[in-house]
Write a protein that binds this ligand. Structure first.
Ligand code: PLP
Length: 452
């Protein structure tokens, strides 16, 4: 790879960005986006020629890294042959993508409704669940992320995201497992699982089971902190859903397509939902694509009755060609196995070793290539390294961590008092070790802000 080094071009890109691009989730005057000149594999570089190992996979979506030549070629071929065609027609790349996805989804999730990304997949899954059951309410977990559109953001269990001008009609939130911060109620995973299931069933009893259309959960909550649920939790939720005729929706937008070392995180737990949302890794985000995988029973609801929903770009041929190529690359190159094997043999021991040496690391948790370090001021009290929703001076410890990581050549994922280790799934052993070494330096900067 040949990093382009033209600082003047970078300055022009940056100036136009600052003048005209309105960025997501940001105070526009307070941000300073890096101008990116190019990317390849697990790396990207700026116009000064500085190269970063991407520990974020973008927003946890470039599961096969940047610019994979086979996927780039497939997009080019599809663009030359049939760039676009409306969703009501059968198109080769669309039907082949649906077939490849349905082959990999668990159970009888065999019909695929395509969307443009994750949030609209969630919107449609909830619409399907409400129409299928004829019930209004949806239960979703605090400490979750389901997307930035109206319904999806209300389902998201993070008050920082809730728009102040809208309510959350029909959404009831509950507490899913999070042992590290549930310790006043539970000391073991078994106790935490029992606590969370009992709480969920009590919530359902008070809301009235016959009013609840769906329970939506991220199989492994991602943005909120990569809390791998304890054994038995998701199976328990499945049982509760069956007991009350509630549709079980698993959101695999982040956890799906190999992130956890399985094609879908549901496979880790042997659980089959009624609806499963996906996006991101389905085509490594090369062209926007998402969707809902639908069970036989729910598909049947819309067998003779029209499904009242659709999108102009549903199953866009270019995006689907990228999905077909990505899934084939993942299968041919053993990308899922790489995430599982190197996750277990390199990433987990590497992160645990860092935790032993750095007092700022409160907990290491994760699976596959899906890891979080929760940073704390004090390991005994578990006080977070920065307060909830900190900015400015209050966020200085995490800012120091991020600056040191970048200095050491990695781009870190930072959210509140956490950093996530979520590189592309085909990152090699030497690159992973390079990432761990850079984190070592960055954690030293975080340690300076602890009490230990
Ligand atoms: N659901 C989950 C679990 C996610 O992690 C995300 C995005 O991070 C979404 C939904 C929303 O996806 P999108 O940003 O493609 O709309």
């Amino acid at each position: 790879m040949t990093p382009q080094t033209d600082p003047r071009a970078g300055a022009a890109v940056k100036a136009a960005d600052r003048a005209h691009v309105f960025h997501s989730w940001s105070a526009q005057d307070l941000i300073d986006p890096l101008a990116v000149a190019g990317a390849e594999g697990s790396y990207f570089w700026d116009y000064e020629g500085k190269r970063y190992l991407d520990l974020t996979s973008g927003l946890v979506y470039t599961n096969i890294g940047y610019q994979h030549p086979k996927v780039v070629a497939a997009i080019q071929e599809q663009a030359a042959r049939l760039t676009t065609f409306a969703p009501a027609f059968a198109v080769e790349s669309r039907s082949e993508a649906a077939r490849l996805i349905a082959e990999r989804t668990p159970g009888d999730l065999d019909k695929i409704f395509f969307t443009n990304g994750g949030a609209d997949a969630v919107e449609h899954a909830i619409r399907m669940a409400r129409l299928h059951t004829g019930r209004p309410k949806v239960l979703s977990a605090y400490r979750s992320y389901h997307g930035g559109t109206q319904q999806a953001v209300n389902l998201t269990g993070d008050p920082r995201r809730w728009p102040s001008d809208s309510g959350s009609a029909g959404v009831v939130r509950f507490w899913a497992p999070y042992l590290y911060r549930s310790r006043f109620y539970a000391e073991t995973e078994e106790q935490e699982c029992a606590r969370a299931l009992e709480h969920l069933e009590t919530t359902i009893a008070f809301e009235g089971p016959a009013t609840i259309a769906a329970i939506i959960l991220e199989t492994v909550p991602g943005t909120a902190g990569i809390m791998v649920p304890p054994p038995g939790y998701l199976a328990g939720v499945r049982e509760i859903c069956d007991k009350y005729g509630i549709v079980f929706v698993l959101d695999e937008v982040m956890a799906g397509f190999g992130r956890t070392g399985e094609w879908f995180a549901a496979d880790l737990f042997g659980v089959v939902p009624d609806l499963m949302t996906f996006a991101k890794g389905v085509n490594s985000g090369y062209v926007p694509l998402g969707g809902v995988a639908i069970s036989g029973a729910i598909a049947e609801t819309f067998g003779k009755r029209a499904y009242p929903g659709g999108l102009t770009y549903s199953g866009h041929p270019l995006a689907c060609a990228a999905a077909v190529a990505t899934i084939n690359v993942m299968a041919e190159e053993g990308v899922v196995e790489n995430a599982r094997n190197l996750g277990a043999s390199v990433v987990e021991p590497g992160l645990r070793e860092l935790a032993e040496r750095h007092p700022s690391v409160g907990e290491v948790r994760g699976v596959g290539m899906f890891w979080a370090l929760e940073l704390v001021k004090n390991r005994e009290t578990r006080e977070p390294l920065v307060p909830y929703n900190a900015s400015g001076e209050a966020n200085a410890p995490m800012a120091a961590f991020a600056a040191a990581a970048k200095q050491a050549g990695v781009w870190p994922f930072v959210n509140m008092n956490r950093t996530h280790f979520v590189p592309p799934l085909n990152t090699g052993e030497a690159e992973l070790k390079e990432g761990l070494a850079a984190l070592d330096a960055a954690l030293t900067a975080a340690d300076a802000h602890t009490e230990g």
